[in-house]
Design a protein around this ligand. Structure first.
Ligand SMILES: [Cu+2]
Length: 204
C-alpha cells in the first residue's frame, strides 16, 4: 500500500467510527423470489412501478451493456428511465447493435470495433430487446424502469432491493418467458419486507 492511500484511509477512519452513532435508518429493503423453475435459469428484472409525482435523476455512472464472447453482458439489464446506456464492444470481433421492433426505444448503432463505446439514452419505460445483425444468436434485454428501485434475479430466482424509502408500492417484474405480475408491498424503515411471486405462468 502506498503512503498516500494509507493517509487517506486514516483520514476516513474517524468518520466511519462516528457513523455507528448515526440515527435510525431512513430506508428499508425488499427481498423476495420468483417461485418458478424457469426463473432459476433465466433472469428477471424486478422493480418498483411508477410512483405518483416522483421523478428520479439518472445515475452518475451509466449502466453498461457489454459485448463479451458474443454475448450481451449482462443478459438482463434494469435501468432507470432517462439513463444513458453504454454499449462497449469488448470482443475481438465486430458487432452491430440494434433493437427488435417491439422495443420501447429503437436504435441501430452500426458495425463497430473492439474498444469502441456507443451510447443511447432511453426516455420511455418498457423493454428494449437488443440484437446483433452479425451474430443472430446474440440477445440482451434492457428493462427501463420508472424508478431506481430494481434488481436482477439470481440463479435461485431471488432478488434484493435496498435503499427504498418507507411507503406502499407496486412491485412487478419483466421476464423473457414468464408473464408479469404485480404485488403491493409496504416498506418500513430499517426493516426487510419479504415478497414471493407465486402461481407464475408463461407469457402467451
Ligand atoms: Cu455480434
Amino acid at each position: 500500500m502506498n503512503v498516500a492511500l494509507l493517509a487517506i484511509m486514516m483520514a476516513v477512519l474517524p468518520a466511519a467510527a462516528q457513523s455507528q452513532t448515526q440515527p435510525e435508518p431512513e430506508t428499508g429493503t425488499i427481498r423476495g423470489v420468483l417461485a418458478h423453475r424457469i426463473a432459476q435459469r433465466m433472469q428477471a428484472a424486478v422493480y418498483i412501478a411508477a410512483i405518483d409525482g416522483e421523478q428520479f435523476d439518472p445515475p452518475a455512472v451509466n449502466p453498461v451493456m457489454d459485448q463479451v464472447n458474443l454475448t450481451y453482458t449482462p443478459h438482463v439489464l434494469p435501468i432507470l428511465v432517462g439513463s444513458t446506456i453504454d454499449f462497449p464492444n469488448s470482443d475481438e470481433t465486430r458487432h452491430n447493435v440494434y433493437t427488435a421492433n417491439s422495443s420501447v426505444c429503437r436504435f441501430e448503432l452500426g458495425i463497430y470495433d473492439t474498444g469502441v463505446v456507443k451510447h443511447v439514452t432511453c426516455d420511455k419505460t418498457g423493454v428494449i430487446m437488443v440484437l446483433c445483425n452479425v451474430h443472430a444468436e446474440m440477445r440482451g434485454f434492457i428493462i427501463v424502469s420508472p424508478t431506481p428501485y430494481f434488481d436482477t434475479t439470481d440463479e435461485a430466482g431471488e432478488f434484493v432491493i435496498e435503499g427504498v424509502p418507507p411507503g406502499t408500492y407496486t412491485l412487478t417484474f419483466e421476464h423473457e418467458r414468464l408473464a408479469a405480475q404485480e404485488i403491493e408491498v409496504t416498506v418500513t424503515a430499517g426493516a426487510e419486507t419479504y415478497v414471493e411471486f407465486t402461481g407464475l405462468g408463461r407469457k402467451r
